[in-house]
Design a binder for this molecule. Sequence first.
Ligand SMILES: [Zn+2]
Length: 320
Amino acid sequence: MRRVVSGESIDRETNLSIALRNCNLNVVNASGVTIHVLEPHDLTYLDGRSVMIVVAHADDAALFCGGTIAAMSRAGARMTLVRVTNDDTDSVGLSPTETVDRNARELALAASILGIGTICDFGYPSDQMSDVPEVELRERLIRVMREIKPFAVLTFDPHGGGGEDNQDHLRVAQAMDEAFWTSMFDKHHPEHFDVGLAPHGVVERWYFARPPSQVSHIVDTSQVLDAKCDAAAQHTTMLGNLVEQLHLMAKTEGRELPRLADIGEDLPNFIRSLVRAGAEATGAKYEVPAAEEFRRVRYSGFEDVVNYLEQHYLNQKGDG
Ligand SMILES: [Zn+2]
């Protein structure tokens, strides 16, 4: 693992040792100063472990974190995708029923390219998640977490760095953020325990957004960029709608832009080019060919406390 240091340098380990020496259990958070560059071999610790991806829409996984999903899958992780909505609105000129069917089919193809083994659909109507109670959505997420026991979860950053105009994304982020800790409480949804489930704690949160609030880790996705592009290119129904939106905005300014019909069969190639350019632009910031950015949090931000407990209460022989 390489490290790219940007901005003012603060030594995290030094802060940790000072904090522990002073019995100050305040957590030194990942301040965004040191950015860790993860290459494929750095993900082998996920071999055999369960990883959960929680998104609102069919195309979110490929677009936001498809390279990382492919890399984790190749490292041996068991990947489960939760899609909260049914994407019934995201198409041009199709009925809602046909839209649902097509988007589900395209997601199945994309998921198999990325190495996602299981898709769990909640089926809420698309673009209406802000009217779904957060606690209701949270319960469903907790149930899945208690079933598949993820080591890591990839999901939307509730504190994304701006630029998010999609309330479905934000609702998923809010519900998942609370699910991370309420899934461990024995008073939250004890009815789950009646069917053999138990409280479960996730170790790693991998937040993505456009952009994440504080990038702490990037994944070098150059070896899996083709998979990301191919997966995204399956979503011609949803990304065809994007082409139409761009056309409409340009039209308002009096500019001529192609319609979806003008792009026709070349749409998958256009999507590949778009996704490749985005991944390469992100990679250029960190001097790698292609990348995806994350704010990664371990142990809910309490890893220093975990280390303290481990050192001071389990290995007491070493204490003076
Ligand atoms: Zn989305």
